[in-house]
Design a protein around this ligand. Structure first.
Ligand code: 3PY
Length: 252
């Protein structure tokens, strides 16, 4: 597996990623050739199944971009299958309390740190060519775990969540968070923005990489200045904006 994401996060680098919610390998390749550090293959909101996701991970490898997979929840079996096809990291939504955070981390690690089931016949283990103890040690050391902070409950439990070992980055989902805070459809609401700023500060102070969804380069720069280090665009938003701009320009 590609362990660069974990290394970059450990080094304190600021990284840019792209949610690829439209599961086509060409889009993953474009993200890599464009210079994104990582892609997040979206199996929470996107339609891909596990076989498609495996081929998207291959495309990421071919294009030199790190494959993260957003799973649908902190489900041990889903995390096992996602890592077995070769994901470099799992990103787990709706992690609102310590028990869920610990389950996410334990599901991503082989014993003794966790409960990930062991097989040498997987893609992650090189079908056996890179299996055994070497694969176990490399995976436990090199697989990153990213959890979402996107509810009022997660904000309330943030101090506790920040002490869970094994979480490398904490991603703030502004869409879900604004909804949970009673401002649906309005992540720009000052109360939501204030909550995000506070969370970024606390996550950074705890030595984890704060992450956030951004819509454009100005938002990227603004959140980076406030301490975000795992910044993520969404491919559908970028394509929609580009298409809208072209049609507006030729019709004006
Ligand atoms: C959110 O904005 O809530 C997200 O989870 C980003 O996809």
């Amino acid at each position: 597996i590609d362990t660069r994401l974990k290394e970059w996060l450990r080094e304190g680098r600021t990284l840019v990623g792209l949610f690829v919610s439209i599961p086509h390998p060409a889009l993953v390749e474009m993200a890599g050739f464009a210079g994104f550090d990582f892609v997040i293959l979206d199996n929470e909101h996107g339609p891909a199944g596990i076989e498609t996701t495996e081929n998207l991970i291959r495309a990421a490898r071919a294009a030199g971009v790190v494959p993260v997979v957003r799973v649908s929840s902190a489900n041990t079996q889903e995390i096992l299958r996602t890592l077995d096809i070769g994901a470099s990291a799992v990103q787990v939504p709706q992690v609102n309390d310590r028990a869920t955070a610990e389950l996410a981390v334990r599901s991503a690690k082989y014993p003794p740190e966790g409960i990930r089931g062991v097989a040498n016949s997987t893609r992650a283990a090189g079908w056996g060519f890179f299996g055994g103890l070497e694969h176990i040690e490399r995976s436990n050391a090199g697989t990153a775990v990213v959890t979402h902070v996107e509810t009022v409950e997660a904000l309330r439990n943030l101090d506790d969540l920040l002490t869970v070992p094994g979480i490398d980055a904490m991603f703030i989902g502004p869409t879900d968070l604004s909804t949970s805070m009673g401002h649906p459809g309005n992540p720009g609401h000052p109360e939501v923005q204030g909550a995000i700023e506070g969370a970024i500060r606390r996550i950074a102070a705890a030595g984890k990489a704060p992450g956030i969804l951004v819509g454009d380069p100005a938002a990227y720069r603004a959140w980076r200045e406030k301490g975000a280090r795992y910044l993520v665009f969404n491919i559908a938003s970028l394509i929609v904006r580009s298409l809208t701009d072209v049609v507006a320009a030729i019709r004006s």
